[in-house]
Design a protein around this ligand. Structure first.
Ligand SMILES: [Zn+2]
Length: 382
């Protein structure tokens, strides 16, 4: 075992012990698989899968450790007791949000430039899903935080690619279009990303048009603007759009990328912690909303995982919580929870796995073959 593996193992262990104490989870053995009873009760054709990426990376000090527990009451009390929780998910790729989220979606560590409007290099989960299962365009959707994620719905891989992937809705872009450039009260919702003010690509073609706000989401521009006035953050706006999508389109594969926590780059610790608390609340509210949608109640599996972590306080190359640039164990060793249909509740697993294991696991659960991905199926979920 390398030193990094030992440190990741220690981190996974401490999360495991924390969850056992704080949420009453039992420690699972790797032989324990999802309950056949629960699995059999879910008709394959109706099954829905939702992936939420948890906000751009938070550290254990502010989440899964005794001093962080006050920031995640909803996860601890509501969601985690229903979950299979994996405490050692290692990201061995590039720690930029677009490239890392693209890697989660392809099951390959992508090497594209994080700050460029390019598609993933390998087929996405949306392409495998739609191609293998012959699903229409309306059955796979992505809700994403910034213009830089505009291309995440489909790769340019030969025999997959254009027309085969997911539609991408960018709530901030939509709001910007609704405001049509006028001076607004919405500046707190419209900032494109938190890492660099230098990269905010202009979109041309292929994006979600305003007419579709009315045609697909059944939302008038005025209603959308009025609702936006009531929300406190971009992620809250994203969750509103995701709920409209579930209600109007009922996609079987829905991917929501949250990003508020990444405001940490601005250096204000209180804003970072506020964002963790908000993300915790939004995840629990969203799961309740899922249960209130007839198309989703009882037949939906939800995955929540960060794209990666944030720097620890010890590494002299970093600046603590603010960034994720050292590549240290804290910034690479993250977690994943799965809950709902087909998932054994209340179990925590601490064996090592990788961020790229999500796609093959989704394939095994939903019945498609992600032939080019490089991760492994998580046996406890299939
Ligand atoms: Zn970031």
């Amino acid at each position: 075992m390398t030193l990094a593996q030992q440190l990741a193992h220690t981190l996974g262990r401490s999360r495991r012990d924390f969850l056992r104490d704080a949420a009453g989870l039992v420690v699972g053995s790797s032989l324990l698989s999802a309950s056949p009873l629960v699995r059999g009760a879910v008709a394959q054709k109706k099954r829905k899968t939702i992936v939420i990426t948890f906000g751009g990376g938070a550290r254990d000090q502010e989440t899964f450790a005794p001093e962080g527990r006050e920031n995640i009451p909803n996860l601890l009390k509501e969601l985690i007791p229903q979950s299979s929780f994996f405490t050692q998910v290692v990201n061995q790729g590039i720690l930029g949000h677009y490239v890392a989220t693209a890697s989660l979606a392809t099951g390959v560590y992508e090497t594209l430039n994080n700050f460029s409007a390019v598609p993933p290099q390998h087929p996405t989960v949306f392409e495998y899903f739609r191609k293998d299962l012959h699903r229409p365009l309306s059955d796979a959707w992505v809700v994403a935080p910034s213009n830089g994620f505009n291309r995440i719905g489909e790769s340019d891989y030969r025999s997959f690619g254009p027309g085969m992937g997911a539609r991408v809705v960018l709530p901030k872009h939509l709001l910007g279009a609704a405001m049509s450039g006028s001076a607004t009260d919405y500046d707190h919702l419209l900032r494109d990303n938190y890492e660099t003010p230098l990269y905010a690509p202009q979109l041309a073609g292929g994006e979600f048009e305003l007419q579709q706000l009315e045609m697909i989401l059944k939302l008038s521009v005025d209603d959308f603007k009025a609702h936006a006035r009531t929300v406190s953050s971009p992620d809250e706006l994203s969750m509103f759009i995701a709920r409209r999508l579930m209600h109007q389109e009922s996609p079987s594969l829905l991917w929501i990328t949250m990003h508020d926590i990444d405001i940490a780059h601005a250096g204000a610790y209180s804003l970072y912690v506020d964002a963790i608390r908000r993300t915790d609340r939004l995840c629990a509210e969203f799961w309740k909303a899922v249960q209130s949608e007839p198309e989703y109640a009882g037949n939906t599996t939800l995955f929540i995982l960060p794209d990666f972590g944030r720097d620890g306080d010890q590494d002299s190359g970093g600046n603590g919580f603010q960034h994720h640039r050292t590549g240290d164990v804290a910034s690479r060793t993250t977690w994943m929870m799965a809950l709902g249909a087909g998932v054994r509740p209340g179990v925590v697993y601490d064996h090592p796995m990788q961020s790229i294991d999500l796609v093959p696991t989704l394939g095994a659960m939903m019945g498609f073959s992600p032939s080019l991905c490089r991760g492994k199926v998580i046996q406890e979920l299939v």
